[in-house]
Design a protein around this ligand. Structure first.
Ligand SMILES: Cc1cc2nc3c(=O)[nH]c(=O)nc-3n(C[C@H](O)[C@H](O)[C@H](O)COP(=O)(O)O)c2cc1C
Length: 201
């Protein structure tokens, strides 16, 4: 089976605390579209998981073939899924110009556990070549609300040897307003379709 016909695996990391909130509404539409195009999707709701922050012990740097983190939580499950995924889809509202705390925990744990750059000698990136993309929502206009998060992710991808496949960002006009509309629904489905096309190459 060549790379175009092989089943695509996608890991969605959901970082919104609101199960039926804006970011999850957009992400649900994208997930449906991905699945309708044959992707096998595993989705993690990070606020429901036990996830501890990186303690910078650097034990993960001593073994270049495993995640190797000694913290006792649910991160290993995410690591295993990411290792078999073609695309990692981050989903988060913007909080203080970046992602929410549990997604930041996962990003920190992976930037060390996946990138064996920080030991005595520089080792490999275990997730080199995987794709990464972002679905986000914010209160400011997108160019002022989501710009720093996107720039951070571009650098994160460059550093980790991941392929950055872009961002879907939508503005939330306030908690008294209805977030979803036909335009957002269409853009979420189109974004997912574009991600699938990017995985076929
Ligand atoms: C604690 C907190 C911090 C926020 N910080 C920002 C911010 O820095 N920039 C921004 O544009 N919106 C910010 N927002 C607005 C949210 O990003 C926006 O309402 C988002 O759509 C909420 O998504 P959700 O429904 O998935 O929770 C913040 C909201 C909260 C609750």
């Amino acid at each position: 089976m060549d790379s175009q016909t092989k089943e695509k695996r996608i890991c969605i990391l959901r970082g919104s605390p609101r199960a039926d909130g804006n970011t999850n509404e957009l992400t649900d539409i994208a997930q449906e579209e991905l699945e309708s195009r044959g992707a096998v999707v595993t989705s993690f709701t990070l606020y429901d998981m036990k996830l501890l922050p990186c303690r910078a012990c650097r034990i993960c740097q001593s073994n270049w073939s495993v995640f190797g983190c000694p913290l006792d939580d649910e991160m290993e499950r995410i690591f295993d899924t990411v290792m078999t995924a073609d695309l990692i889809l981050l989903s988060t509202p913007v909080y203080s110009w970046y992602c929410t705390p549990p997604l930041k925990i996962v990003m920190d744990r992976m930037v060390y556990g996946m990138n064996k750059y920080y030991g005595e000698e520089k080792g490999p990136s275990l997730w080199e070549g995987k794709h990464l993309a972002l679905i986000t929502t914010c209160g400011y206009p997108v160019e002022k609300g989501a710009d720093l998060l996107e720039e951070g992710l571009r650098r994160y991808c460059r550093h980790s040897k991941l392929r950055y496949d872009g961002m879907l960002a939508e503005r939330h006009m306030g908690y008294g307003t209805t977030f979803m509309d036909a335009g957002k629904t269409e853009r979420a489905a189109d974004f997912a379709a574009k991600l699938m096309t990017g995985l076929q190459g």
